[in-house]
Design a protein around this ligand. Structure first.
Ligand code: GDP
Ligand code: IMO
Ligand code: MG
Length: 417
């Protein structure tokens, strides 16, 4: 069966590591949304791979495909592809002809959008131009990969885009759009990636019969419709976007992935956030620093209320828990089981002001004892009893089995049940 690995929190759950791990059994690994706002770190035999656009299956030499739901920055893709080529022999990466591009003005507009908001209203985006690029897609102004075949089409499109955006760019002292340079850059880019582009009409045929692993980017709580709007990303991160974003009409099972605690990078509500030494300890021990922006990730206890919501909106079949090793030496470990006695059914996670009114003092906790260092990673049965209790409490709460347990960043530090 095809599978999807979907983040259930605010991103950075370890999707890259687990997609690399699971990809051994798949032929094709597919991204279906997001762009280079994603940062996926994979460590194999002490070699670190940092991927933003290219699916983690590339490390095992799997065929990788970026579907039409992805937004692609040509400058970034060129760099990332070049870097991966230095580490992996002949990477097999394909791009849907329908992909919408992120160009310089999207990054400028991302900056402007943030600059006009009061500090408590800023989203804290990755500044990669993601929001403005999706805005153009919805507004029917995107330059698509298929446009790059024709200089005339690029010129025409850029000219009208320039009319639309130059007044804004000028008003905020940003460089105006340079038609000639943009056209030249895009033609140069097309020459580089021409062979990687698959026309959307051929995708079904090209990938027929392949066993597919879908790699989510971001997490369910950052979903444009289901997350805490406006503190979300600009794409649908949930599994139901897979068919639209990949143009592959296939069935799949969903592996929902979560950290044994919670992190968030950027602004927005976070009820179980820890503003204390424990939060700092988790950040340090878990190396919670954003791959893309190098910002410190905010840390807090595992929030089962939001996790249950994420499982529901993604129709999760099985779970993967990562990073419990980070909590090894804490004397007690807490999980949030309700907000002021409210179950998840009673909370509207997509209206940010509701979650914003909640903080640590409003969360009801279940408390677990320390499980100490984990010495034997060879089998689930050999894990410390207190960690097993933690796992079984989460499974009972969510009513979904945790089938994959990751206890370190290396590919080998993974247990399958
Ligand atoms: P992604 O965006 O979901 O792919 O996650 P990131 O790669 O941004 O962040 C996860 C970080 O945790 C990476 O640095 C991984 O190397 C690391 N990591 C993944 N799984 C584990 C784990 O089980 N334990 C520890 N200690 N680190 C992990
Ligand atoms: P991966 O795939 C964590 C967050 C940003 C910001 C919000 C909107 O590594 O899990 P954007 O640039 O998308 O417009 O920013 O979304 N964000 C992420 N946070 N992990 C990610 O990806 C993220 N991608 C975007 O920090 O709060
Ligand atoms: Mg990440």
């Amino acid at each position: 069966m095809n599978k999807a690995v979907i983040g259930l929190q605010w991103g950075d759950e370890g999707k890259g590591k687990i997609v690399d791990y699971l990809s051994e059994e798949f032929d094709l690994v597919v991204r279906y949304q997001g762009g280079n706002n994603a940062g996926h770190t994979v460590i194999v035999d002490n070699i670190t791979y940092k991927l933003n656009l290219i699916p983690s299956g590339v490390i095992r030499g799997k065929v990788c495909y970026l579907g039409q739901g992805v937004v692609l920055d040509p400058k970034h893709f060129t760099k990332e592809y070049d870097q991966i080529t230095k580490k992996i022999n002949n990477p097999k990466v394909y791009l849907s002809s329908n992909i919408s591009l992120i160009l310089d003005y999207h990054k400028q507009l991302d900056k402007i959008n943030e600059s006009i908001l009061n500090s408590e209203k800023k989203i804290g985006t990755t500044s990669k131009g993601i929001g403005p690029a999706y805005q153009d897609k919805v507004g029917r102004k995107s330059i698509k990969l298929y446009d790059l075949k024709s200089k005339k089409i690029i010129e025409e499109k850029i000219s009208s885009i320039k009319k639309f955006y130059d007044p804004i760019l000028e008003r905020f002292n940003e460089d105006k759009i340079n038609i000639e340079k943009t056209v030249q850059d895009l033609i140069g880019f097309y020459k580089l990636v021409k062979e990687l582009i698959i026309d959307n009409s051929l995708i079904k045929k090209e990938f027929r019969g392949k066993k597919i692993l879908f790699e989510g980017a971001q997490g369910a709580l950052l979903d444009l419709d289901h997350g805490s709007y406006p503190f979300v990303t600009s794409s649908n991160t949930v599994s139901s976007n897979i068919v639209i974003g990949s143009a592959l009409q296939v069935d799949y099972e969903t592996v929902g992935i979560f950290k044994a605690y919670t992190t968030r990078v950027g602004n927005g509500p976070f009820p179980s956030e820890l503003h204390n030494d424990i939060g700092n300890y988790i950040a340090e021990k878990g190396v919670e620093i954003g791959t893309v922006t190098k910002r410190k990730r905010r840390c807090g206890w595992l929030d089962l209320v939001s996790l249950k919501y994420s499982c529901q909106i993604n129709r999760v079949n099985e779970l993967c828990m990562t990073k419990a090793d980070v909590l090894n030496n804490l004397s007690e470990i807490k999980v949030c089981k309700s907000y002021n006695s409210k179950e998840y059914e009673d909370v509207n996670f997509s209206e940010s002001s509701i979650l914003e009114s909640l903080s640590l003092k409003d969360t009801d906790f279940e408390i677990f004892s320390s499980w100490g260092e984990i010495k034997d990673l060879s089998k689930f049965d050999r894990l410390p009893d207190n960690l097993k209790k933690y796992i079984s409490y989460i499974e009972d709460y969510l009513n979904i089995p945790i089938k994959i347990i990751s206890l370190g960043p290396e590919r080998s530090q993974t247990i399958i049940r």
